[in-house]
Design a protein around this ligand. Structure first.
Ligand code: DGJ
Length: 743
């Protein structure tokens, strides 16, 4: 049960549930002090001994005549810079007189069940008031009149706290928000390993670890999208924390644009974490009576290792961030034509691919890039969302009817935010792209970014997309975004509002998503940005699944999917079987390994099944039947990482059904060896006293054996071929299906 208690006499707030406590208080100067975030502790009225007040050399003090109260040494909730604290602040406000000092003092608060939405922004939500408690703290800066509302929601389940901030200019003069972070948290020590998810195109969300040290460490994006390079997610884990045990604190930002997550460890070893919109280049003019809402940050504390932390994020993001018709429905198995044809297709060819897919059991055929305008290559067509009659004589409406007549659903690709110069839309509205006056404008993949900060631009794209969606039988949309933003400047905004464009752009993207998901609630949206360039919680609010990476090689995908699962549920990870040699790394992996990796996500095929042999088609049919049998377990089950591809030649993960009666263990080995060591892997999440039948090895074991002795994964076939045993080779994999024995 989530509870928030306010102790009036000490002005102390205690947010707790069964797992965690979060304690803060109003300080002598009216600011908010951070006292504790960690494992649940008893409630008490007075934790004031945690406010560090002591004279120290070279310290500045707030109150005249007092040499104890310095913000430099007091842990805070939403700090400002320049009034005794020299660390990076949560907020910086430029005022008309040039001052950047502000002084947010506690005024009042309210506590209520449930959780309010955030205007214009994706956020976690509740479906009933008893799922969470929300504290709204109101602070005010007496000089500028700016009101600050800090929201804290503690969920009933798991160690989760969601935070955000809202500014309202109740003063008489405009101000500029130069930094407005979603959260700041001062932790009392720095004995942590910092873990981030980093990468590049086709190599997204690789796990990177390093010891937290004095100084500043940060991940950020200044590309307009959350980026392939850094994901808006950070973990601080204790040095001894593993997948299965130990303390970890996660910080996840529900935002798809420029972000920054930073740790500043001061020379007294206090760690300040700030997360929010990247202050670099951000300048939001807040006129009188205007308000500004920050995105939401979600913190998770666990003492149950990285799996414990990830599972808390998975549960929350799968069921209280993702929304709508598809949230709890099994996802269709799809066949996407991109790697099968690229731009080289006709309707006839598409129907051939679709017919074979149908024969194998595929449920959804997705037409990717190239169906519209003059889009015969990357050079033209973006922005003209009208079917190309040469390729599709009866348009999208005709093709979608033909696909449905085959017995499948139809899905379509869009890249709504982009335009090619060679397009009717650009010829009509050359001023609709982001570009800086009198300067050259850069392209990415020959395309330019539409100014989604402008309502008329969003309206026009919306109109084109809505027309196609209303006229055709479309069940799925892949929403792509294939370049980062440059020369970010909007022709529609005055000079003193140009620092708003990046954020207004993302608000425009969210607005279009909101309109379309509202108008077409049964359409399944999959987000994409050159693969995983915008795989973030913001997107998950609108699109319950995302194309995780343009790298579809099974071995590359081990790291990508393993890293992605740190924060994101398996039900959100788009993963497909593609051809060999693979189009990104030219590797040849066995068909079963490609499927064994792709099962742990939203499964599909990224190839022309007509090109496979009869024997392979037989395997594909079995794979699809397998996925249909186990997709509930995969989508709704609990996912555990067991052996990391970042550390070993083998990767192992598993998923356990909600009732713990079924488990699938995915085992993968990159390179084969000869006469390899005896190997076993300790499983997780089973019922100890239940006997599980292992359908791979036809053995039976108690859950406690499998979890404590381990599942034997030694390879009996390497080295020598005995009887009709099939020898293993490189890129080998297996799925062990474990089922609780009845009776
Ligand atoms: C990038 C995506 O990640 C691919 O899957 C594909 O849709 C291409 N864009 C199409 O241009």
């Amino acid at each position: 049960m989530a509870t928030i208690i306010f102790h009036e006499e000490t002005k102390t707030f205690h947010l707790y549930n069964e797992q965690i406590s979060y304690v803060m208080c109003v300080l002598e100067n009216g600011h908010l002090g951070q006292l504790y975030f960690g494992k649940r502790i008893h409630d008490k009225a007075d934790f004031s001994y945690l406010v560090e007040k002591a004279p120290r050399p070279m310290t500045s003090y707030v109150f005249e005549g007092d040499r104890t109260f310095s913000l430099e040494h007091i842990r805070q909730e939403y700090p400002v810079y320049g009034t005794t604290d020299y660390r990076h602040p949560a907020v910086e406000i430029l005022q008309e007189n040039g001052s950047r000092i502000s002084d947010f003092q506690y005024v009042e608060h309210s506590i209520a069940g449930g959780k309010p939405g955030l205007e214009g922004l994706p956020a976690t939500y509740t479906e009933a008031d008893d799922e969470a408690e929300t504290l709204c703290l109101i602070l005010k800066d007496p000089v500028t009149g700016i009101r600050l509302e800090l929201l804290y929601t503690i969920f009933d389940r798991d160690g989760v706290i969601a935070r955000s901030a809202r500014f309202v200019n109740e003063g008489t003069r405009p101000v500029h928000l130069l930094s407005a972070m979603s959260m700041s948290l001062d932790l009392p020590d720095c004995d942590y390993v910092w873990m981030q998810l980093s990468g590049a195109w086709a190599r997204e969300r690789h796990i990177k670890n390093r010891r937290l040290e004095q100084g500043i460490q940060a991940i950020d994006s200044r590309r307009g999208n959350s980026s392939h390079e850094q994901n808006p997610f950070l973990v601080l884990k204790r040095p001894g924390t593993s997948e299965t045990q130990g303390e970890a604190v996660g910080f996840s930002l529900i935002y798809s644009g420029n972000f920054r997550i930073q740790a500043e460890v001061d020379t007294h070893n206090v760690t300040r974490i700030t997360a929010g919109i990247n202050p670099e280049g951000f300048d939001w003019k807040l006129d009188t009576c205007e308000s500004f809402q920050t995105p939401e940050a979600v913190m998770v504390y666990t003492e149950h290792g990285l799996n414990g932390m990830s599972q808390a994020y998975h549960r929350l993001y799968r069921s209280r961030l993702a929304r709508g018709y598809w949230r709890d429905r099994v996802r269709p198995i799809l066949n996407n034509n991109w790697e099968a044809t690229y731009f080289d297709f006709t309707e006839e060819r598409l129907l051939e691919i679709a017919a074979k897919a149908k024969e194998c059991g595929v449920e959804l055929f997705v037409l990717d890039d190239g169906w519209f305008g003059e889009r015969n290559s990357e050079l033209a067509g973006l922005g003209d969302w009208i079917a190309n009659p040469e390729r599709l004589p009866e348009g999208i409406s005709g093709l979608s009817r033909k696909i449905e007549a085959l017995g499948m659903k139809f899905g379509l690709w869009f890249e709504p935010e982009m335009v090619n110069k060679d397009s009717d839309l650009f010829r009509e509205h050359p001023d609709w792209i982001l570009q800086t006056p009198d300067r050259s404008v850069s392209h990415g993949r020959y395309q330019y970014v539409l100014d989604f900060s402008r309502r008329e631009v969003v309206d026009r794209i919306h109109e084109m997309m809505r027309k196609i969606l209303s006229e055709s039988r479309i069940s799925y949309i892949k929403w792509d975004m294939n370049r980062s933003i440059t020369e970010c400047y909007s022709a529609a905004l005055p000079a003193d509002r140009q620092g708003e464009v990046f954020h207004r752009y993302i608000l425009g993207v969210y607005d279009l998503y909101d309109r379309l998901t509202g108008e077409f609630p049964e359409v399944l949206f999959e987000s994409c940005a050159s693969g995983g360039g915008r795989f973030d919680p913001g997107m998950l609010y609108y699109a319950p699944q995302g194309w995780a990476s343009d790298d579809s090689d099974a071995i590359e995908r081990l790291k990508i999917q393993y890293g992605t699962s740190m924060c994101y549920p398996i039900s959100s990870i788009g993963s497909h079987v593609s051809v060999i040699p693979n189009h990104q790394v030219y590797r040849r992996t066995p068909l079963h390994t490609r499927a064994n990796v792709a099962y742990f996500g939203t499964f599909g095929y990224e190839l022309d099944l007509n090109k496979l042999t009869e024997e392979e088609i037989g395997q594909v049919k079995e794979q699809i039947a397998f996925m249909k049998e186990y997709r509930e377990t995969i989508q709704y089950g609990t996912f555990y990482r067991l052996v990391s591809p970042f550390e070993k030649n083998e990767t192992v993960w598993m998923v356990v059904s909600e009732d713990q009666n079924t488990a699938l263990v995915g085992w993968y080995r990159v390179l084969n060896g000869v006469n390899m060591p005896y190997s076993r892997v300790k499983l997780q999440g089973l019922r100890p006293d239940v006997i599980y039948e292992n359908e791979f090895s036809h053995t039976e074991h108690y859950g406690d054996e499998l979890m404590n002795l381990g599942l034997i994964t030694s390879d009996v076939t390497s080295g020598e071929i005995i009887g009709d045993l099939v020898p293993c080779t490189d890129f080998e994999s297996r799925i062990y299906v474990l089922k609780a024995k009845k009776g």
